[in-house]
Design a protein around this ligand. Structure first.
Ligand SMILES: N[C@@H](CCC(=O)N[C@@H](CS)C(=O)NCC(=O)O)C(=O)O
Length: 226
């Protein structure tokens, strides 16, 4: 049986999958790409026509959704030490955090990232940046309430839902948004990212990365493009 293979870029959503593989101690093959691969490593489009990371292959399975890969590893590898079974009372909550992590929390940040630093200067959009950083912060409300009296999101233990959500907070931190996190969210973010597996995999690809998000002076948005 061959090991699963993951394509990854430094700081990208593939970090969710990499972190999950590392926590579980699953053997894996890793290919690190420069970001964005569709510009810097066009041959990657032959592997994944979307040009996005993560790209994950396990036997006949191939996947492109970072939060789904964690769930897949729990189910396919029977690693319920990192996940919840469907008959668990908090199963719905667990699934909700997994989907919330990308559909609600990472999505607005990609607009902030794109229109504050990925696009050429003349295509940057301060209004989009302002609207969507506020959108992201407003959508943290559910997490702020939930984590106020908990160490982890579900079942009082670390699961792939924590990986999925903590990554969204990590991306926000890279963009300079953690200054706006409520104290319990900031504490949770620090607790999760202090884990040995995260510390081990987070720097992978940093040396050769051509791009990573930079903190943004959000207060000054209207003046930035003057
Ligand atoms: N919903 C997907 C999104 C994947 C995605 O868009 N990844 C970004 C990096 S965070 C990417 O590869 N962007 C490169 C591009 O759009 O060309 C996930 O959660 O994995």
């Amino acid at each position: 049986m061959t090991s699963p293979k993951l394509w990854h870029c430094y700081t990208a959503r593939s970090l969710r999958a990499l972190w999950a593989l590392e926590e579980m101690g699953v053997d894996y093959e890793l290919e690190v790409l420069a970001f964005p691969p569709r510009m810097f490593q066009r041959e990657f489009l032959d592997v994944n026509p979307l040009g996005t990371v993560p790209y994950f292959v396990d036997g006949d399975t191939n996947m492109t959704e970072s939060s789904a890969i964690g769930l897949y590893l729990v189910e396919r590898y029977q690693r319920y030490d990192f996940g919840l079974k469907a008959d668990h009372p908090e199963y719905g909550d667990y699934l909700n955090w997994l989907f919330h992590s990308d559909a609600t929390l990472t999505f607005p940040q990609t607009l902030v990232l794109r229109y504050s630093q990925l696009e050429p200067m003349e295509r940057r959009q301060p209004q989009v940046v302002e609207d969507y950083y506020k959108w992201f912060l407003a959508r943290l409300k559910r997490l702020s309430t939930h984590i106020a009296d908990r160490e982890f999101l579900c079942d009082d233990r670390f699961t792939v839902a924590d990986i999925a959500i903590a990554y969204a907070l990590y991306l926000g931190d890279g963009l300079g948004l953690s200054q706006f996190y409520e104290p319990q969210v900031l504490d949770y973010f620090k607790r999760m990212t202090a884990r040995a597996a995260f510390q081990k995999v987070e720097p992978i690809g940093k040396e050769n990365s051509l791009f990573s998000p930079t903190p943004y002076p959000f207060e000054n948005i209207p003046d930035l493009f003057a």
